[in-house]
Design a protein around this ligand. Structure first.
Ligand code: GKR
Ligand code: MG
Length: 439
C-alpha cells in the first residue's frame, strides 16, 4: 500500500464570541481536513489547525507523503525531526503557548504536521484492515472516553456572520449565574461528569465566585478546574488556589494560573507550604517532551495536558502516557475548537493511554450540526463519554458536501490565522491588549 494522493481541505467553522486571556474568538475557527488516498483505493482522514501556517506546513511535505508507505511512520517523523533541527535557529521565542496559541507557534510545526499525517495514515490502515485505530497501536484500555463540560465566558452570539449566523445556544455568559446555567445546559445535553471553566477573563474574585457557584449547584461529585491561561501573577495564583482549596480538591486542578515554569513552581511551593495539595495542570508551560523533565524537576506541573494535534499524534500521546507514569505525573487532554474527526482522534488517543485518568477537554459543544463534516452528523456522547466502537479507522468518514461548504466559508473570510487580540479590539474594546499578568 502506498499513498497516491494528499488532499488538503481548508475549512471555516462557525464559533461563538468566546473569551479567554488571549482575547476573543473570531466568528469562524479555521481547521484543515487532511485526506490521503492509497493505491488500493482506501481513504484516510485527519483534522488539524487551519489557516495559512498549518496549511503551508502540510503543503511542504506533499512530495514526501505522496508515494510513502503509510505504515512507515517512524521514518516520516525522522524526516520531520531533521527538518525541525534545521529550522530551529530561525525561530525566536519560546515553545510555550504563553503568547502563541496552538496552531500559530512555528515550533509546533513539525509535531503538528506529523500528527496530521500520522492520524490519516492510521485511519487508512485501520480502514484497510477493518480494525479501529486504537487496535493498531496496542488496543484500548477503556471503552469510553470521558470528556468534561468546558465552560467559557462569552458575549451574546452563536458564531458565524450575517445570513450564516448560528443560533446562540448558550446566550451571554458573564456572571456566575450564567456560568451555572450554561453548565447545567451542557450537562443536560451531553451528560458530562467533570467541569472546567476557562478563566482569565473577569477579575479573579468574579471567577472565584463562579467556581463556588458551580460547586454549590453541582456538589463535590463533579470535579472542578479553572484555567486562566497565565492571566494571574504568582501572588494572585496563590490567593485563588487558597480560596478555592476545597472546590479544586478531589479530581480538580488549577490550570496554568501564571506564566512560565518558574512561576508555576513558586505557586506550587507556596500552596504546599500551606498544606494545599491542589495539583497544577498545564498546556501552556509544557507543550512538548523537552518540557517534561523541567516540569518534574521544578514540580511546576503535576498534570500534563497533552493534545495529539501538536504533541505529534496518537503514538506520541502513548509515549507521553508512559513517561507520565514513570515520572509519577498525571495526564489529561487539552482542546481547541474542532469537529468530529478531531474528536474521534482525541478519543482514540485517550483510549490507548493508561495514565490519562481525568476527563478530557473538548470544545465540541461550542460547534453546531451545520458545520460538522462527518457522515451522519455530530458525534453522540453517552453520559459525557465518547464510545470507542469497533468501526474501522477513526470510525468516521467525510461528508464531502459539508466539507465543500466549510471551504466555501473559508474562502470568503478575510483572515487566515487565529488572532484573538485583534478580534477583541475589533468587537469589544479597541484599546485591548494581552497583558500578562493582568491581575
Ligand atoms: O479556545 O480560547 C480557547 C482556549 O483558551 C484554547 O485556545 C486553549 O488552548 O483550551 C485551551 C487551554 O486549555 O488553554
Ligand atoms: Mg489550558
Amino acid at each position: 500500500m502506498r499513498i497516491s494522493e494528499l488532499k488538503l481541505h481548508p475549512i471555516a467553522v462557525a464559533d461563538g464570541p468566546l473569551r479567554s486571556s488571549y482575547g476573543l474568538h473570531a466568528p469562524y475557527a479555521l481547521r484543515t481536513i487532511v485526506e490521503i488516498k492509497t493505491t488500493d483505493g482506501i481513504t484516510g482522514i485527519s483534522e488539524t489547525y487551519g489557516g495559512d501556517g498549518p496549511l503551508a506546513a502540510l503543503e511542504a511535505v506533499r512530495s514526501r507523503v505522496v508515494g510513502m508507505d503509510p505504515f512507515q511512520l517512524a521514518s516520516f517523523w525522522q524526516y520531520l525531526a531533521a527538518e525541525s533541527e534545521k529550522e530551529k535557529a530561525d525561530t525566536a521565542g519560546g515553545r510555550s503557548q504563553t503568547w502563541l496559541v496552538p496552531g500559530e507557534n512555528p515550533l509546533d510545526k513539525h509535531t503538528r504536521t506529523n500528527a496530521a499525517i500520522e492520524v490519516a495514515c492510521l485511519d487508512a490502515i485501520g480502514k484497510a484492515l477493518g480494525r479501529p485505530v486504537c487496535d493498531l497501536v496496542g488496543g484500548k484500555v477503556r471503552d469510553r472516553v470521558p470528556f468534561s463540560a468546558y465552560l467559557f465566558y462569552k458575549h451574546a452570539g452563536g458564531g458565524g456572520m450575517g445570513a450564516d449566523a448560528r443560533d446562540d445556544e448558550y446566550g451571554e455568559i458573564l456572571t456566575p449565574e450564567a456560568v451555572v446555567r450554561s453548565c447545567r445546559q451542557m450537562i443536560n445535553q451531553y451528560g458530562f461528569k467533570e467541569i472546567k471553566l476557562k478563566g482569565g477573563v473577569l477579575p479573579p474574585d468574579d471567577e472565584i465566585a463562579a467556581i463556588k457557584a458551580l460547586r454549590a449547584e453541582f456538589g463535590p461529585t463533579f470535579p472542578l478546574r479553572i484555567d486562566p491561561n497565565c492571566a494571574w501573577s504568582v501572588d494572585t495564583s496563590v490567593r485563588v488556589g487558597r480560596e478555592l482549596k476545597s472546590e479544586l480538591a478531589d479530581g480538580g486542578y488549577l490550570e496554568d494560573p501564571c506564566a512560565g515554569m518558574d512561576g508555576m513552581a513558586e505557586v506550587r511551593r507556596r500552596l504546599l507550604a500551606e498544606g494545599n495539595k491542589t495539583p497544577l495542570a498545564s498546556n501552556v508551560a509544557t507543550t512538548c517532551f523537552a518540557h517534561v523533565p523541567e516540569a518534574k524537576r521544578t514540580d511546576g506541573v503535576q498534570i500534563i495536558l497533552s493534545d495529539p494535534h501538536y504533541w505529534g499524534g496518537i503514538r506520541s500521546q502513548q509515549k507521553l502516557s508512559d513517561l507520565c507514569e514513570v515520572l509519577g505525573l498525571g495526564m489529561s487532554m487539552h482542546s481547541n475548537n474542532h469537529l468530529g474527526v478531531s474528536l474521534m482522534t482525541m478519543a482514540h488517543a485517550a483510549a490507548v493511554c493508561p495514565s490519562l485518568t481525568y476527563a478530557c477537554d473538548t470544545h465540541y459543544p461550542w460547534q453546531t450540526e451545520m458545520d460538522e463534516v462527518v457522515v451522519g452528523g455530530r458525534i453522540k456522547f453517552e453520559n459525557g463519554s465518547v464510545v470507542i466502537s469497533d468501526k474501522p479507522g477513526l470510525g468516521v468518514t467525510l461528508d464531502y458536501d459539508q466539507v465543500a461548504r466549510g471551504t466555501e466559508r473559508y474562502n470568503k473570510l478575510p483572515y487566515r490565522k487565529r488572532d484573538d487580540e485583534a478580534e477583541m479590539q475589533q468587537h469589544i474594546d479597541p484599546t485591548w491588549k494581552r497583558v500578562l499578568p493582568r491581575w
